[in-house]
Design a protein around this ligand. Structure first.
Ligand SMILES: [Zn+2]
Length: 569
């Protein structure tokens, strides 16, 4: 790329490219004086100490080209702290070889011998790639020797890596770098600590280098342990997952769940749903965790979106400018997620009644304590009716009234969303014990939460059906909006080629009888035809003048614009 190249934004059109101006890049090009200048800041930790003679070692570079290059690494681990040392050289020759060492990145709980070995392999890949770039090596070969068989398998043998595998962060980084590499990578497993049984000078080259790297890593461990705090290098590929200041080394569902129960998140929900502080920890979050696993993939991805208010209801669609109103498709009320559950339209009421009766049937099937069953059904009904102050509970089974009152305080919207108190499960367990059944309250509450989420899901599905129902107020409104745009387009056909005027052959009243989809397509075709016409006319100055005159004299040359209602301004 030329050094004076500038950044620009371009848009591609059918037969030309539009260049939207350019600006001088805000970053300076750094001079490349040594191979460390070619190592990305994210990777600098891997070469914390690097001895690299001949400014990038042309000896090793030539060895890579000739296919003689070898590299060996070894890790050292003790007391939740790890280091690795590595060497790159030209076959058995130690002339101008490259040696380095580093501290294993990550949380002390994650660090183990395996991780330290992976760090060593990654360092070799980073240094080799920098040498290849520095010396502009188009292709070559290097062989890695390592005593960690599982590390070599995870890096070189597996067809793919998975987020759940331990130390996925390092493995993924190595694999992506290897996938991008122009070099051929070979590997061999070297037996570690062979000097325990065989004299050092009798070992082969790989055995000797392994012993050498092992002791170098140990020395480095002693030097750095008191000085280096845990650190987390950013990932160069994909995304990384952090819990507070700690970067996770792999996908860890448990620590994410623990994090999701952390104080700020509980505070947030407590405030958002008005849940009293003393009760928020009495909600059975664990049952929610189990319940979400029972939902299919689609619904389990939808639940968090729904609960956080990001489902595409009217309010969200308007905010994101996907539509110019926030009306409920069934009743034209202001549509929030809560509205979907509370919508007074008859079809929404029918859906709610049928959901509640299937919940009632499940309660019976699951041998639910009748007082619990009645309490839940009654309270949910009065929540949907938005009854002010439902009657005080008067159930006979000891303790049920207290649970209902506590749940009243937490809220029944929260209940529908899965904010169900532990006490429900405990009470149901008590009942199972009393009727001498081996069912568990834990299982009961898990299924209950799943059923509650299904109520929301069904209400949501019912609402989506309304959007496509040609008789619904939403469809009628959309027809009216499109008809107005079509009328505007009919006012002037002079800014269209003769050929494109075919769109106007039929009376607009006939177009009005078409489907929404047809009207959308019609408007889009006419819009594109007008753009085509305007572009062609721009090529001639005379034509442009005429167009300008037309635009100023006759207001109807404008392109169709969405109608903006004054209340939305
Ligand atoms: Zn509604």
């Amino acid at each position: 790329m030329p050094l004076d190249a500038k950044r620009t934004t371009t848009t591609e059109h059918s037969n030309f490219v539009w260049c939207h101006g350019s600006t001088i890049s805000s970053y300076a090009i750094r001079p490349i004086l040594s191979i460390t200048d070619l190592i990305h800041d994210n990777d600098k930790w891997a070469v914390r100490t690097l001895h690299c003679p001949e400014n990038g070692s042309s000896t090793v570079a030539q060895a890579i080209i000739r296919g003689n290059a070898i590299a060996v690494c070894d890790g050292s681990y003790k007391d939740h702290f790890g280091t690795a040392a590595f060497v790159l050289q030209n076959g058995n020759s130690q002339t101008s070889r490259i040696i380095g060492a580093h501290v294993t990145p990550g949380h002390p709980d994650d660090i183990n011998p395996y991780r330290s070995e992976l760090g060593g392999i990654l360092a070799i890949v980073i240094v080799t790639e920098a040498i290849a770039t520095f010396h502009d090596i188009p292709d070559g070969t290097i062989e890695i020797g390592c005593d960690c068989q599982s590390g070599l398998i995870a890096v070189f043998d597996h067809t793919y890596d998975t987020l759940k595998q331990p130390h996925h962060d390092l493995i993924h980084e190595i694999r992506r770098k290897l996938a991008d590499s122009r070099l051929t990578w070979k590997f061999r497993q070297v037996d570690g600590h062979q000097d325990k049984h065989i004299l050092y000078h009798l070992l082969d080259m790989w055995g000797q280098l392994n012993v050498e790297m092992d002791s170098l890593a140990k020395v480095y461990w002693n030097d750095t342990k008191p000085l280096i705090q845990p650190f987390y290098p950013p990932s160069s590929y994909g995304w990384s997952l952090w819990v507070g200041t700690r970067k996770l080394a792999s996908w860890d569902r448990q620590s994410l769940y623990n994090h999701a129960q952390s104080t700020p998140i509980l505070e947030h929900w407590s405030k958002l749903r008005n849940i009293p502080h003393h009760l928020i920890r009495s909600i059975d979050w664990e049952a929610c965790e189990h319940a979400i696993k029972l939902l299919g993939l689609t619904r389990s991805l939808w639940i968090p979106k729904w609960l956080a208010g990001f489902a595409p209801v009217g309010k969200v669609q308007q905010r994101n400018q996907f539509q110019d109103h926030a009306k409920c498709p069934s009743c034209s009320g202001f549509e929030t997620t809560a509205h979907v559950l509370l919508c007074p339209a008859p079809q929404a009421q029918r859906q709610w009644d049928s959901s509640l009766s299937s919940l009632d049937q499940w309660f019976a099937k699951a041998l639910t304590l009748p007082d619990l069953q009645n309490a839940i059904i009654t309270r949910l009904r009065s929540w949907r009716n938005q009854d002010a102050g439902p009657p005080a509970p008067s159930y006979n089974w000891p303790g049920v009234n207290d649970i209902v009152l506590d749940q009243d305080a937490v809220g029944w919207r929260a209940f529908l969303e899965g904010g169900v108190l532990h006490a429900w499960a405990a009470k149901q367990q008590e009942y199972y014990n009393w009727i001498k059944r081996r069912n568990t309250g834990k299982r009961w509450i898990t299924i209950l939460i799943k059923k509650l989420w299904e109520i929301s899901w069904n209400m949501w599905e019912q609402r989506n059906g309304e959007v496509n129902n040609p008789e619904s107020p939403a469809s009628l409104r959309e027809h009216a909006r499109l008809d107005a745009l079509i009328t505007t387009n009919y006012e002037d056909v002079s800014t269209l080629t003769i050929k494109d005027r075919r769109w106007f052959r039929r009376l607009k009243e006939v177009i009005f009888t078409e489907s929404l989809e047809y009207k959308h397509q019609w408007l889009e075709s006419v819009r594109l035809a007008r753009i085509r016409y305007a572009r062609r006319r721009r090529t001639s100055t005379q034509a442009q003048r005429t167009l300008m005159r037309q635009s100023f004299c006759c207001r109807s040359t404008r392109e169709p614009q969405p109608i903006i209602h004054p209340r939305n301004l």
